[in-house]
Design a protein around this ligand. Structure first.
Ligand SMILES: O=C(O)CCC(=O)C(=O)O
Ligand SMILES: [Fe+2]
Length: 318
């Protein structure tokens, strides 16, 4: 199982210590040149394909948590959150207060991927970095690749920003990321204060446990694929964040999570954010809350955009 943002040691020339990636072609460009081309390197081994022998169940939905109820101290909703973290490791939040900025954020990300390749390449990930435009964590020439292009940026704290990766030709791009980061921080505070209560701690406990809390945003672009049965948008992995918040298109079901040995599709709820427990909270909760394996599939009809925001504790945190 691959894990986002971990399994790497800190290098002197790699300020974030998240490792580095070999350059591979833009999938968006492969599809633009020939919509029917699915190069060998993207074709998963039979057992790893989206519809391999594993059960695919469509009858279950992950829990939906009303964040406004939680902030009003609703005990039933708090119990629901506890169940969601234990039994699913995933939930969707509604009434989170960030609705207004979501379309702006989606538009900013879409505008970036609409830029011509030569323009996007100005922001290409350097060999020793994870920030920038690229194709994820490629460590070997033999590795099977995912059907996905991405732009990864640290947004908070601003001292972790590397401005050479921030597209400056898109009006409103920085404002959208700034606003989205500010709104998400409030949502994150609310979630952690409720998780702290569930763990029998003071409301501010888990937030403080992070030390310097950082936000890293992985903006994903999944082009259409003529053979969605052969490829994966993102291979199965768990996030090594404390929690991750996912913004996704309202009309495409692509994210799948491992639940009781089956891959369960996460049906988008308009304006909701998908939240998942990462490896850090799994450890902090002594394994009570689960960091669940997930993956994304592709489709033939419509490209998809998602933004995964990883909440990352300070380096010195146990
Ligand atoms: O796009 C998705 O639905 C999932 C993305 C994801 O899991 C990630 O970026 O870590
Ligand atoms: Fe993920």
């Amino acid at each position: 199982m691959g894990t986002e943002l971990d399994n790497y040691s800190v290098h002197e020339d790699n300020p974030l210590g998240y490792g580095s990636s070999l350059p591979v072609p833009s999938v968006q460009e492969i599809v633009r040149n020939d919509a029917h081309n699915v190069p060998e390197r993207y074709i998963k081994n039979v057992e790893d394909r989206p519809l391999s022998s594993e059960k695919c169940s469509v009858s279950l939905d992950i829990p939906i948590i009303d964040l406004s109820l939680l902030t009003n101290g609703d005990e039933d909703e708090l119990r629901k959150l506890d169940f969601a973290c234990k039994d699913w490791g995933f939930f969707q939040i509604i009434n989170h207060g960030a609705d207004e900025v979501l379309p702006k954020m989606k538009a900013a990300v879409a505008a970036f991927f609409e830029l011509p390749l030569c323009e996007k390449k100005k922001y290409a990930m350097a060999a020793n970095d994870v920030q920038g435009y690229g194709q994820g964590y490629v460590v070997s020439d033999e590795q099977k690749l995912d059907w996905n292009d991405l732009l990864f940026l640290m947004t908070i704290p601003s001292s972790f920003r590397n401005m050479k990766y921030w597209p400056n030709s898109i009006p409103g791009f920085m404002e959208a990321l700034d606003e989205y980061s500010v709104e998400l921080q409030k949502v994150i505070d609310d979630i952690f204060s409720n998780l702290s209560l569930l763990m029998g701690m003071e409301g501010g406990f888990l937030k403080e446990l992070h030390g310097v809390m950082k936000l890293g945003m992985r903006m994903n672009y999944y082009p259409t694929c003529s053979r969605p049965d052969l490829v994966l948008g993102v291979s199965p992995h768990s996030d090594c964040s404390s929690i991750t918040l996912l913004l996704q298109d309202d009309d495409i079901t692509a994210l799948q999570i491992k639940h009781k040995e089956a891959w369960i599709p996460v049906k988008p709820v308009p304006n909701a954010l998908v939240v998942n427990i990462g490896d850090v909270v799994e450890a902090w909760s002594n394994g009570l809350y689960k960091s669940i394996e997930h993956r994304a599939v592709t489709n033939e009809k419509k490209p998809r955009i998602s933004v995964a925001t990883f909440v990352i504790p300070g380096e010195d945190v146990e």
